[in-house]
Design a protein around this ligand. Structure first.
Ligand code: NAP
Length: 497
């Protein structure tokens, strides 16, 4: 979408040569492709083709934008040197960086990459709106749809940019991922909101400042809006951390879409408005789903510093006893006798890339007469749908995947739960410890099964950085080691029969 925004901004300067009807038709085709693409993203089996269809839509939109600028007729050397050279150069450099980055990024590094992309989306909308404001010649009236959109694009674009950079730092652990609250935070937030409203008033009605030319008042309002919004992005993301980070990513994603849609009004581009609205709306839906999964409201997530310790004592009570370890051979004997086994995958399964051997173990258990299911927590791993994607890659049948609400009532009937590199999503502190950063988050109730095997390398904590008393429960046994190696060893034990 960033390419789309910048392509339109560059093409704006050229007069039209292709009939407007053809261009609008191409825009409609692009929008239809976006919608079909997004629809197909809803299921793992169709997600790849959904991505390809949406990309095709984007290609159609970008080509249409170039033609919209009457390039064919006016493609003189001058025009090329001044306009399209920048545009094609930018697309080529951006595409190269994007392709290399996407190729190199590990699946576990996707959330921070998404956070950065959201930030760049916000930045491009901000730059387009700012260039519209600072360009020479006729400008939109401040009191018009495109004038007000310009101020709002700058505002939301800047919030998205600085907020996403901070989210990137937290997710990549370049800075502390913990929620950060300071004294008077609410007061500072209120001041920022007031400043933003005052800036909007000055921009729309510059004559309220007597004796100063209107352009100067508006210039101060615009520059002030950029500075304040950059600060606001930081103050919005600072109090969020730990297990709540997935929600903030989807929220920033939604804001980047909203900024792009508003930029569409500024530069009069319908396809940008539609694409921005689609991203904005899907981001809002995802935010609501993630909030539900974390048992939070958007309000208390953004403003209360939930999980920072403000709602209880700072220290988690933590486990009192030592976890008990078990050997692969002993674990095999229990699994061999089990009639029902539930796998609970988490981030560690992604790190170990254990999904294929997990499927092998599931096959062995099924051949041995056990009923197998997979309990999927909505925020397990590091991005929404992370576990679904990995398990689909290993051809785990869709019917075996159970949502948290489906599996929890069945947990007391399960013989064995195998927790594969999951930690926060099975941490009972979420239900019992009010001072815990994850208090209130629904969990998969692993401890209710007869026996729990926890596969992890050592004493590493989960994303939220807290102890987990599941590991010291009477019915829990730890199998230390890399998850892939442990599961492979279990598969070999079945092979020895
Ligand atoms: P988690 O709480 O981060 O725990 C992962 C566990 O995996 C660690 O305790 C680690 O322990 C173990 N591990 C790491 N590498 C391993 C390996 N090679 N083999 C075996 N174990 C390994 O994971 P989770 O339970 O899936 O919870 C996800 C967390 O991330 C939640 O707090 C969630 O809010 C947050 N988050 C989620 C998203 C999302 O969209 N899904 C995005 C951002 C953040 P050892 O070091 O001892 O091995």
């Amino acid at each position: 979408m960033n390419t789309l925004i910048l392509a339109q901004a560059a093409a704006d300067a050229a007069p039209a040569v292709v009939p407007a009807t053809v261009i609008n038709l191409a825009y409609i085709v692009a929008c239809v492709l976006f919608i079909f693409g997004i629809k197909r993203l809803g299921k793992t089996e169709t997600a790849r083709s959904g991505n390809a269809i949406s990309s095709l839509g984007m290609l159609v939109a970008v080509i249409a934008i170039f033609l919209d600028g009457n390039v064919m007729k006016s493609w003189t050397t001058d025009w090329f040197m001044n306009g399209y050279l920048w545009c094609f150069g930018g697309i080529a450099i951006g595409a190269l960086i994007g392709a290399v980055w996407a190729k190199k990024v590990k699946m576990t590094g996707m959330p921070e990459l998404v956070a950065l992309f959201n930030g760049f989306g916000g930045l491009s909308s901000l730059l387009v709106a700012a260039s519209e404001y600072f360009k020479e010649g006729e400008k939109s009236e401040a009191l018009s749809v495109s004038g007000i959109s310009l101020y709002l694009t700058i505002l939301i674009g800047a919030i998205t940019f600085s907020g996403s950079l901070l989210a990137y730092g937290k997710l990549s652990e370049k800075i502390s991922g913990k929620p950060f609250l300071f004294k008077g935070q609410q007061f500072v937030n209120a001041l920022i909101v007031l400043a933003v409203l005052a800036g909007l008033a000055l921009y729309m009605f510059p004559s309220i400042v007597p004796g100063v030319p209107a352009e100067q008042v508006q210039l101060v309002a615009i520059c002030g809006a950029i500075a304040i919004s950059l600060i606001m992005g930081v103050t919005v993301v600072l109090p969020i951390g730990g297990g709540d980070m997935p929600v903030v990513i989807s929220l920033l994603n939604s804001l980047s879409g909203l900024a792009a849609a508003l930029a569409g009004f500024v530069i009069n581009n319908n396809v940008l408005v539609v694409a921005g609205c689609l991203v904005g709306a899907s981001g809002v839906i995802l935010t609501v789903i993630m909030c539900k999964a974390m048992n939070r409201s958007v309000g208390n997530l953004l403003f209360s510093g939930f999980g920072s310790g403000a709602t209880g004592s700072k220290k988690s009570s933590g486990p009192q006893a030592e976890p008990k370890a078990v050997s692969v051979e002993d674990a095999y004997l229990v699994l061999e006798a089990a009639r029902s086994v539930v796998f609970i995958p988490g981030y560690g399964m992604a790190v170990a890339q254990a999904q294929h051997v997990v499927k092998e173990l599931a096959n062995k258990l099924e051949s041995n007469g056990a009923e197998v299911s997979f309990a999927i927590h909505p925020v397990a791993g590091r991005m929404p749908g992370h576990m679904n994607v990995l398990l689909a890659e290993a051809d785990v049948p869709y019917e075996q995947l159970k949502t948290m609400d489906e599996i929890n009532p069945m947990m007391p009937m399960q013989d064995v739960a195998i927790v594969i590199g999951a930690n926060d999503v099975v941490n009972p502190a979420a239900a019992s410890d009010k001072s815990s950063p994850i208090y209130g988050m629904p969990i998969i109730k692993a401890s209710e099964t007869r026996t729990v095997f926890v596969l992890k390398r050592g004493k590493g904590k989960g994303f939220s950085g807290i102890e987990n008393e599941l590991f010291t429960k009477e019915n829990t046994r730890m199998i230390y080691g890399d998850a892939k190696a442990t599961i492979s060893a279990l598969v070999s034990e079945f092979g020895k029969e």
